[in-house]
Design a protein around this ligand. Sequence first.
Ligand code: AMP
Ligand code: ZN
Ligand code: FE
Ligand code: FE
Length: 284
Amino acid sequence: MNGPSTVDLHTHSLRSDGALEPAELVQRAAANGVRIQALSDHDTLAGIADAMAAGAAVGVRVIPATELNTESEWGDVHVLGYFLDPADEVLEGRLRWLRENRGRRVELMVERLQALGYAISLERILEKAQGGSLGRPHIASALFEAGYVPTYDAAFDTLIAKGAPAYVERVGLTPIEAVELVCAHGGVPSLAHPGSVTGLEALLPLLVRAGLAGIECHYGRHTPEYTGYCLGLAAAHDLVPTGGSDFHGRGEHGTEPGDVPVPPETVALLEARRQRATIATSEG
Ligand code: AMP
Ligand code: ZN
Ligand code: FE
Ligand code: FE
């Protein structure tokens, strides 16, 4: 890794399943040399205002973003949406629905775990989430805290990953709907960590037709070969190669904000797509 990078387009705070307050996250990124950062909490823009205020104080431009997780026959398709507006009430309504679905899913998974003999409580999980968008990482962390699993990752592997005993299907968007939702609200969608997609080359044209504008080529767990493969897909489908640390603050991705090199011109390329989307809309 050649970091630190001045650009990080994928980070999570306590408003979803990250461990730091949005302001702390931006300060940490700034200390690492980051100058442009997207806060991309799952299904929420609630941290954007705090992150922007902190960014103004430490010289980091914060790009408002979210990450929409989908699970389907295409595997884990996560769509990053850039330049979304936290004041967009229709968008907020859709994100709220996704967060409510997250809450019900976590409740069901806790019930399954309890039936399997794991005495973890929903109360403790809600306490850990501190009002943020709920997710399986909160369950993993509660299982680890209670001593039921040797590591945070082991909670996924043995209990809550797809196919594991306490796994419950997500209710939410399809990959195409996730891309369309971002476009419909003036955002710029990029496919996160394409390595988690099943049938990437078959899905990609469908997402591009729905409005996909980017693909996350620069990512901590990519080998140089896989990054090269993604850059080839970006060129073939006229997508902006994006990238980021996917920092959550718990060390599970083994990263720091800014530790994945992202070319500085990436942000201007994404902004150009935003204008393209606006023109397409205004021309009907
Ligand atoms: P959720 O959206 O609630 O299904 O949680 C998905 C999040 O859990 C992802 O964004 C990752 O941060 C994390 N995650 C998913 N699978 C694993 C795994 N096998 N090991 C560790 N973390 C994982
Ligand atoms: Zn996450
Ligand atoms: Fe993701
Ligand atoms: Fe993420």
